[in-house]
Design a protein around this ligand. Structure first.
Ligand code: S5P
Length: 264
């Protein structure tokens, strides 16, 4: 059902986490279902990329642990640009440990992810306590944070299929306040009432893979055929000479695909 509904309509459906509602409204207002993956290695490059693509994105995805000089300057800069350009920050930490450990990884150490990332993701192979542990850590002191469960991956030969993926959906349905959706290759909204946000990496125009397992689809394959909500593009954007123009090109392609999918 969510396949033919607009982002705007979905923002006010029941069973929608607060962060998802905010994001869906933001997407509708800015007319962008593009998330840029900022896999760069310095604070300077990260903040410059955020400035350049900020107007074209609904979300910036980071890997804080690959930034050589990550620190308070990175956090402050990111927050300022996100507020000015109106996008959310998603730290792609892929938590995957016992509850007690992920709480520390989320809140402590040099990254202090909970302080600056609106959205995080986790694997559920350690069991469902990973969800409650992250939720608890996000709520003291109360911060508006949300989780994406990694239900499927883009890489060749990955093991996240069948009943594993199904179990991700089961656990998400039990935690609609905190779990906003999935990292997956297709929409997993299969039951009436499901309104999860699906974000899909492995998107690039004019490439099929990277020689290291990554597999690429086009924005149209992902948004129209697979029914997902947000494309995640890394090298397709930050690898370009003119990053601003490239982000805008991906935004237009993914937005047109969405308009075609929901119909007149
Ligand atoms: O299944 C996945 C999940 C993720 S989060 N496949 C992925 O590629 N990712 C991430 O998306 C990956 O860690 C990288 O940051 C980004 C894809 O980058 P690209 O350069 O291949 O577009």
């Amino acid at each position: 059902a969510t396949i033919t509904q607009s982002y705007q309509e979905r923002a006010s459906l029941p069973n929608t986490s607060p962060v998802a509602s905010y994001l869906l409204r933001l997407i509708a207002t800015k007319q962008t279902n593009l998330c840029v993956s900022a896999d760069v290695s310095t604070t300077r490059e990260l903040l410059q990329l955020a400035e350049e693509v900020g107007d074209s994105i609904c979300m910036l995805k980071t890997h804080a642990d690959i930034i050589n000089d990550f620190g308070p300057r990175t956090i402050q800069g990111l927050k300022e640009i996100a507020a000015k350009k109106h996008f959310l920050i998603f730290e792609d930490r892929k938590f995957g440990d016992i509850g007690s450990t992920v709480q520390k990884q989320f809140t402590a150490g040099p990254l202090q992810i909970v302080r600056w990332a609106n959205i995080i993701n986790a694997h559920i192979f350690p069991g469902p306590a990973i969800i409650t542990a992250l939720s608890q850590a996000a709520h003291k002191p109360p911060l508006l944070r949300s989780l994406l469960i990694l239900a499927e991956m883009s890489s060749a030969g990955n093991l996240m299929t069948g009943s594993y993926t199904e179990q991700c959906v089961v656990e998400a349905r039990k935690n609609p306040e905190f779990v906003m959706g999935f990292i997956a290759q297709r929409s997993l909204n299969e039951q009436p009432g499901d309104n999860f946000v699906t974000m899909t990496p492995g998107v690039q125009i004019g490439a099929t893979g990277d020689g290291l397992g990554q597999q690429y689809n086009t924005p149209e394959q992902v948004i129209i055929e697979a029914g997902t909500d947000i494309i995640i593009v890394g090298r397709g954007v930050y690898g370009a000479q003119d990053k601003r123009a490239k982000a805008e090109e991906y935004r237009v392609r993914a937005w047109k695909a969405y308009e075609e999918r929901i119909g007149p």
